[in-house]
Design a protein around this ligand. Structure first.
Ligand SMILES: CCCCCCCCCC/C=C\CC(=O)SCCNC(=O)CCNC(=O)[C@H](O)C(C)(C)COP(=O)(O)OP(=O)(O)OC[C@H]1O[C@@H](n2cnc3c(N)ncnc32)[C@H](O)[C@@H]1OP(=O)(O)O
Length: 414
C-alpha cells in the first residue's frame, strides 16, 4: 500500500496526474490546470495545426473536431443526424461524447493534443523517403523507380493498408479544410489507377505492387461506406461501382510484367486482383482471405472468372462463397501464388530476383505478356463490368449495411 501511495505521489508531482479526471474514450482532461489556457494559446494551436507535416488520422481529426466545437460552442446542442448520415453522425457522436466538459477544459485539451501532434511530426520518420522517390501521389501511396523496377507501395500501415476513398490530406491544411476533405475528392483507388497508367509508359521493364508494414492490404477500407454523397446510398453505390470497374480495368489492361510482392496478409480486393498479376511472390506470413459473404458482398477483381480457372471451381467456391482463408503455402499449391519465401529472407530474395529479371529485354517481355493475356481481355472486361453491377446492388442490401455497421461499431473483425 505504501509503495502504491509513493508511486501515486511521484506521479502526482511529476505532473502525470495533472488533471484528476479523464474521459476514457478520448483520453481527455476534464479538470485541473485546464483553466489556464488562454484564448491566445488556443488560436495559436489552431494555426499550428495547419503546419502539421503528417496526417494525424481520422480518429485524431475527430477528436480535434469535437474539442474545437466544444471549445468554441460549448456542449453539443444540435439534433443527432440520421442513421445513414454516417459522417455527420460520427462527428456528432464525438462532440456529444464530451458531455459537459467546459469550454476552457476543451481549449486546454485541444492545445495539448496539437502540441503532442506537432512534437511527433517533427521527429524523423522511421521510413525515410527513398532517394529515387518519384511520384508521391499522396502519403498513402508511394511510387518509386530504380533498378529497372517501378514499385507502387500501399502506405497506410496503421490501417493495414486498407484502400481508402478518403483523401489523406497533405501538410498545411486548416482544420476546416481537413474536415471538408474527409468527405470526398481524389482517392487511393484513383492514385493507384494514376500510378499504373504512369508505370505502363515509364522506362522500367517491371512494375511491382507491395505494402508497407506487416500487411499487404486489408482490402477496401470499410469506413468508405460512411462517406455518403449528396445523392445518398444509391449514388454512393453507383459511383463506387464505376470506380471499382475503372480500377480493375487498369490491372486487366496493364501491358508490362506486373508482380505482386505480398509482404503479409491480404484481404478482399487485394486478393482478387492477384489473378490479374503475372507473378505473385509471398512471404510465408501471408494469408489470403476473401470474406465477401461475411460482408454481404460478392466477388470482384474478376475473381469469379480467374479463381475457378486458376484453382478449380470447388476450391474457388470455398474461398469466394465461404471465405476460407488460405495460408501462403495453400495459395501456392492452388496456383494463386507463384512462390513462397521465408519471411526472414523474403525482401532480400525477392528484390534480388526481380532486379535480375528487369535486365531481360523489355520488348520481349511485353510481347510475351500480350500473347499470354490478350485473348482473355474481352472476357475479363465483361466479367469486371458484371461483377461491378452486382456489387452495386449488394452495397445497398441490408446484409451489407449490417456487416459494415458491425465492423464500424467494433463488434466484428474477420
Ligand atoms: C462504397 C464502398 C467504397 C467504394 C470503393 C470502390 C471499390 C471497392 C470495391 C471492393 C469491395 C470490397 C472488397 C473488399 O476488399 S472486402 C474486404 C474488406 N476488408 C475487411 O473486411 C477487413 C476488415 N479488417 C479486419 O477484419 C481487421 O482489421 C484485420 C484486417 C483482420 C486486422 O486485424 P488486427 O487485429 O491485426 O488489426 P486491427 O486493430 O483490426 O487493425 C488496425 C487498424 O486498421 C483498421 N483497419 C484494418 N482493416 C481495415 C479495413 N478494411 N477498413 C477499415 N479499417 C481497417 C482497424 O479498424 C484498426 O483501426 P484503429 O486502429 O482501430 O483505428
Amino acid at each position: 500500500m505504501a509503495g502504491f501511495a509513493g508511486r501515486l505521489a511521484r506521479c502526482w508531482y511529476s505532473g502525470f496526474l495533472r488533471s484528476p479526471l479523464q474521459v476514457p474514450a478520448l483520453g481527455l482532461h476534464v479538470g485541473g490546470p485546464a483553466m489556464q489556457t488562454s484564448q491566445k494559446d488556443f488560436n495559436n494551436a489552431v494555426s499550428q495545426l495547419k503546419l502539421l507535416k503528417e496526417d494525424p488520422g481520422n480518429e485524431v481529426k475527430l477528436k480535434l473536431y469535437a474539442l474545437y466545437k466544444q471549445a468554441t460552442e460549448g456542449p453539443c446542442n444540435v439534433p443527432k443526424p440520421g442513421m445513414l448520415d454516417f459522417i455527420n453522425k460520427t462527428k456528432w457522436d464525438a462532440w456529444n461524447a464530451l458531455g459537459s466538459l467546459s469550454k476552457e477544459a476543451a481549449r486546454q485539451n485541444y492545445v495539448d493534443l496539437v502540441s503532442k501532434l506537432s512534437a511527433s511530426s517533427e521527429s524523423p520518420s522511421p521510413e525515410a523517403p527513398a532517394a529515387d522517390r518519384k511520384q508521391p501521389e499522396s502519403d498513402s501511396l508511394v511510387v518509386t523507380s530504380g533498378d529497372g523496377i517501378t514499385t507502387i507501395r500501399l502506405n497506410r500501415p496503421t490501417k493495414k493498408n486498407a484502400l481508402t476513398t478518403q483523401v489523406t490530406p497533405s501538410a498545411r491544411e486548416s482544420i476546416l479544410l481537413v474536415l471538408s476533405r474527409l468527405f470526398h475528392s481524389k482517392t487511393m483507388y484513383h492514385d493507384i489507377i494514376a500510378a499504373l497508367q504512369a508505370a505502363s509508359k515509364d522506362e522500367s521493364p517491371i512494375t511491382v505492387l507491395t505494402g508497407s508494414g506487416d500487411y499487404f492490404c486489408s482490402g477496401n477500407d470499410l469506413t468508405n461506406f460512411t462517406s455518403l454523397p449528396a445523392g445518398g446510398p444509391e449514388e454512393m453505390a453507383r459511383s463506387s461501382a464505376v470506380l471499382l470497374r475503372d480500377f480493375v480495368n487498369c490491372f486487366i489492361d496493364f501491358p508490362k510484367p506486373l508482380v505482386a510482392v505480398v509482404n503479409g496478409p491480404a484481404v478482399g480486393i487485394s486478393v482478387t486482383i492477384l489473378g490479374l498479376f503475372d507473378v505473385v511472390y509471398a512471404t510465408d506470413r501471408a494469408t489470403f482471405h476473401t470474406p465477401f459473404s461475411h460482408l454481404g458482398q460478392s466477388p470482384e477483381g474478376c475473381s469469379s472468372y480467374t479463381f475457378p480457372k486458376i484453382m478449380g471451381s470447388s476450391k474457388a467456391a470455398e474461398m469466394l462463397l465461404f471465405g476460407k482463408k488460405l495460408t501462403a503455402q495453400e495459395a501456392c499449391a492452388q496456383g494463386l501464388v507463384t512462390e513462397v519465401f521465408p519471411d526472414s529472407t523474403f525482401q532480400k530474395e525477392v528484390w534480388a530476383r526481380l532486379k535480375a529479371y528487369s535486365k531481360l529485354p523489355p520488348n520481349a517481355m511485353r510481347i510475351s505478356k500480350q500473347i499470354i493475356r490478350d485473348r482473355e481481355k474481352e472476357k475479363l472486361h465483361a466479367v469486371n463490368a458484371e461483377e461491378s453491377n452486382v456489387l452495386r446492388e449488394r452495397w445497398l442490401s441490408d446484409e451489407c449495411m449490417n456487416a459494415i455497421a458491425s465492423f464500424l461499431s467494433r463488434k466484428s473483425k474477420l
